[in-house]
Design a protein around this ligand. Structure first.
Ligand code: C2E
Ligand code: MG
Ligand code: MG
Length: 632
């Protein structure tokens, strides 16, 4: 096989890689994965050629030249693609001419030198080719350093390491040609990069094929970075189609699909010249490519005039509710966090009021800002030491004293507290609830083991577990280890859980309830009467106590309308009745007045938890309150 054949093969592979990368995708929409995959493919081929030669020098001895040449060319292609990845990648949108010059020139020279080296195998040409590789890597590193702020830290570190290691490997091979490590190092690092890249599906919305929310966030970060350096402006239009998912469903599957398609094709038509993102269900952003306000205004006008007309086909037509808002950055949002708040607020307003146009400058961002602060505090709640477990005593009608207490968590915020309903919901959403509840379990165990609760007349402490806690595979093991560590008997702990959806008590949660009750823990069903309590399932579960929620307890006394009060009374009575019939005990939460207390006694409720007797309080106050009450 002559030299020419190898050239043919390598040229074919090169063309294949290029075709795969460039022609299958439009150049401006090339996905990271495709470029890096092509680079990896090319480098792997190069490495395998080197490998074949290293292990079979005698067989391939006479083919040394074509082997080297193919291997080099493949490496050069791979390097060029890697650098190109840096440029064309959405994150570094810096146009096409800079990459053509910065990568194209050394790449072209590289290939020329390789071919010259092939004919003469002259060391100078070979070194010149290596030198071009070095230039390309250095260009890549510079690009990365200059634009590092526009990309995520993890990606910057990964690409940086890849480039520096490849640079080093090339330099070593240049000095010691017999140490053939360049291809291997590059291939290995490219593989790592390829596997660490985000799934392209993350970049696009699966349903519409539009750019997705993650891509939007990245683009915004990049735009702000440019704003800082060039004092330019960026304008965008937010379009909200409130409730689109639910009302479209009413049309039936076929019509729904047709309507969606017609809306989507109209949005794409209107977006002409702007980037169109879908950042949430029914929420779209048109980002003016050059950031010009006139462009955005034009888009906003087109949206309004189009949405004032109907959508659909001859068979049916309908008007869609919609709302738009023009947002200018940095004028209306000095940084990306404020921008995201602004978008959230506009979304809420748009969904609630469905106005055609919202003036973004009139939106009050203080609640968004507050929520972000709460989120931040909740994430660091355990390590910050701002958590404190309060105890609210629970009274027994039969024994006429406090017999248990509920542990209720408090999150200090300076002089005040963040309301538990709020921070617990935030913790459930951001995932910190498990760590927070572990903390509560530990504090409660410590409290129980440090005191002789029985002498005080307190039989057990109730503590709240969220559904996320109950979804952990090892919750039973964890609770067991905890009580053993503090020498607490599981019967001294009663676990409260709330049914939050139709399928709360199925699968893992149900299995964990049984495992824990086998270990000796008792269970309460919390917040009975708040909407999700499904009788058929509750009857099947091992609940010792059912806690009537404060709304169901207080409504018969609080509602304004006489008939409503009557209905609420019926609901309360039948709930209490039902609980007795299934053999569970009842706690009435939220008892605040003597009238409410007496009514609960008449209903046969067993325990009372409410401000009438005591509010939740710090541990030492709780102990004192119990001592006083239980001595009487
Ligand atoms: P919950 O488990 O239903 O707790 C009872 C709530 O009713 C407590 O609210 C208590 O302060 C309040 N309450 C008791 N008696 C009265 C009364 O007479 N009048 C009124 N108006 N309210 C009364 P809190 O402490 O604000 O806690 C709210 C919710 O936060 C709890 O509802 C529970 O679902 C959750 N929570 C609290 N601590 C924890 C915890 O450590 N872990 C988890 N996962 N959730 C917790
Ligand atoms: Mg509770
Ligand atoms: Mg409750």
């Amino acid at each position: 096989m002559g030299t020419g054949t190898y050239f043919d093969i390598s040229a074919f592979v090169v063309l294949l890689c290029l075709a795969y990368t460039f022609f299958l995708q439009r150049l401006d929409k090339v996905e990271d994965n495709n470029i890096i995959f092509a680079a990896l493919l090319s480098e792997l081929l190069s490495a395998s050629l080197s490998l074949a030669f290293i292990f079979n020098p005698q067989i391939y001895g006479e083919l040394k030249v074509p082997f080297y040449v193919s291997s080099w060319i493949l490496t050069a292609v791979s390097i060029a693609l890697t650098i190109l990845f840096l440029f064309i990648n959405r994150t570094y949108n810096i146009g096409i001419w800079k990459p053509v010059i910065l990568v194209g020139v050394p790449f072209g020279l590289d290939i020329i030198f390789i071919i010259c080296a092939c004919f003469g195998l002259h060391n100078t040409f070979r070194d010149a080719a290596y030198f071009c590789d070095l230039v390309m890597f250095t260009v890549g590193i510079c690009v990365l350093l200059i634009y590092k702020k526009t990309s995520s830290t993890e990606r910057t570190i990964l690409v940086f390491l890849t480039l520096v290691a490849s640079l080093a490997a090339t330099a070593v091979e240049m000095m010691y040609p017999e140490v053939e490590i360049q291809s291997f190092v590059i291939a290995m690092l490219l593989a790592e990069m390829f596997f660490s890249l985000k799934d392209p599906e993350d970049q696009f919305d699966a349903e519409t094929g539009l750019l997705g929310p993650e891509t939007f966030k990245e683009e915004i970060r990049r735009r702000y970075y440019y704003l800082d350096r060039h004092e330019a402006e960026v304008s965008m239009v937010l379009l909200i189609i409130p409730g689109s998912a639910s009302f479209m469903k009413l049309l039936g599957e076929v019509n729904e699909m047709k309507l969606r398609q017609s809306v989507m094709s109209e949005l794409k038509r209107i977006s002409d010249g702007t980037e169109l993102y879908k950042i949430n269900q029914g929420v779209y952003v048109f980002l003016a490519e050059k950031g010009k306000k006139e462009e955005a205004i034009k888009v906003q006008r087109s949206i309004i005039s189009r949405f004032e007309m109907t959508f659909g086909t001859e068979a049916y037509e309908m008007e869609l509710p919609f709302c738009t808002s023009l947002i200018e950055i940095p004028k209306m949002a000095p940084d990306s966090t404020v921008l995201m708040d602004l978008i959230h607020m506009a979304m809420k307003e748009g969904i609630l009021f469905g106005r055609k146009e919202i003036d973004a400058t009139s939106l009050d961002l203080s609640s968004e800002e507050y929520m972000r602060q709460v989120d931040e505090k909740v994430r660091h709640a355990v390590e910050s030491g701002n958590l404190e477990v309060y105890y609210q005593p629970i009274y027994s009608f039969k024994e006429k004293r406090f017999v248990s207490a509920e542990a209720l968590l408090r999150l200090h915020d300076g002089e005040t507290f963040i309301p538990p309903d709020l921070f617990i919901t935030v913790a459930e959403n951001n995932g910190s609830i498990v760590e927070i509840d572990d903390y509560v379990v530990q504090q409660v165990c410590k409290m129980i083991s440090g005191r002789n609760l029985k002498d005080l007349g307190i039989r057990y402490i109730e503590l709240n577990l969220s559904v996320s806690d109950m979804l952990q595979d090892d919750i039973a093991g964890k609770m067991k280890r905890m009580v053993e560590m503090y020498h607490v008997n599981p019967s001294q702990i009663n676990l409260e859980i709330t049914e939050t959806s139709d399928d709360t008590f199925t699968g893992t949660v149900e299995a964990n309830v049984y495992k824990l009750s086998k270990l000796g823990f008792n269970f309460s069903l919390d917040d009975f009467g708040t909407g999700y309590s499904s009788l058929s399932r509750i009857i099947m579960m091992p609940f010792d106590i059912i806690k009537l929620d404060k709304t169901i307890v207080q409504s018969p006394f609080m509602l304004e309308d006489e008939q409503d009060r009557e209905n609420a009374r019926t609901l309360l009575e039948s709930s209490a009745d039902m609980i007795h019939q299934i053999g569970a005990e009842t706690v009435a939460e939220g008892v605040e007045t003597k009238e409410q207390l007496d009514a609960m006694e008449r209903l046969g409720v067993n325990f009372i938890q409410g401000f009438y007797f005591a509010r939740p309080m710090p541990e030492s106050d709780f102990i004192n309150a119990v001592k006083v009450m239980n001595k009487k």
